[in-house]
Write a protein that binds this ligand. Structure first.
Ligand code: AMP
Length: 249
């Protein structure tokens, strides 16, 4: 069974994100970029499924500027076999990414498509769900455990009240939550080996997908600065301030 893994290039999770002065978005010039952390978890899980004999080939796909090939290369160094970069603007919307992944699924016929539960740059949490709907496949979102049972996949999902377990018929779409696994660091020999693994470059036009934006971002703003706290003298003072100043009781 082939696994397709979608990997997004985002601002590195350790970088303090800055909003552009004109509030049209966030600064990305000269900012360290990396694979979206939830996508790393998806790649790790795909590699573990392959190591356990449940998967054959792993194909990593990224949609975005040419530099996405670095993100795909990271997936190859972690253990993916082959990569695809679909060149598109960095801000390509989840629906357009889902349509591109659907077109790639039609060419590659994977048994499983794995995505992160959300990209940490736009926090959309939409692509996997839209992809499953477009394909008409079952989906297991926020997966914290995956187990193959025959030709079905048992997915444990992290939901608000606890854990939900469901069976998915393959082919299916799975999105990964934080606790599914701890991604490995690529070893130097594997980074070297990854340089020889093939990456195919495509455009949305090659796949016949219209990626024109449907949304308009009106404004991006930093959260309001927190004002300094005050030390209260005693409980009576606290209650008085809550009542008269904060007016919350
Ligand atoms: P989102 O719906 O934007 O929060 O993204 C959820 C997941 O969809 C990500 O973790 C990726 O697995 C996948 N995804 C979203 N955008 C892209 C992209 N441009 N290229 C590859 N995968 C993507």
């Amino acid at each position: 069974m082939k696994i397709l893994v979608a990997v997004k290039r985002v601002i590195d999770a350790n970088v303090k994100v800055r909003v552009k002065a004109d509030q049209t978005g966030v600064e990305t010039a000269n900012v360290k970029m990396a694979m979206n952390p939830f996508c790393e978890i998806a790649v790790e899980e795909a590699v573990r499924l392959k190591e356990a004999g449940n998967a054959g080939e792993i194909v990593a796909v990224s949609v975005g500027p040419a530099a996405c090939s670095e993100t795909v290369r990271t997936a190859l160094a972690m253990g993916a076999d082959r990569g695809i970069v679909v060149e598109a603007p960095a801000e390509t919307e989840p629906l357009a990414v889902a349509k591109i992944l659907k077109a790639i699924a039609a060419r590659e016929a994977p048994g499983l498509i794995m995505l992160g539960k959300q990209a940490i740059d736009n926090d959309c949490n939409q692509t996997g769900q839209m992809l499953a709907a477009l394909l008409g496949w079952g989906q297991g979102t926020f997966a914290s455990k995956l187990v193959f049972e025959g030709n079905k996949l048992r997915v444990t999902r992290e939901v608000d009240g606890g854990l939900e377990t469901l069976f998915l018929k393959l082919p299916a779409v799975v999105t990964t939550d934080l606790r599914l696994n701890t991604p490995r660091y690529a070893s130097l020999p594997n980074i070297m080996k990854a340089k020889k693994k093939p990456i195919e470059n495509l455009t949305s036009g090659d796949l016949g997908v219209d990626i024109a934006p449907r949304l308009e971002i009106l404004k991006v703003a930093e959260p309001p600065k927190r004002s300094a706290g005050v030390r209260v003298a005693n409980v009576a003072d606290l209650v008085s301030r809550l009542r008269n100043e904060a007016k919350v009781i």
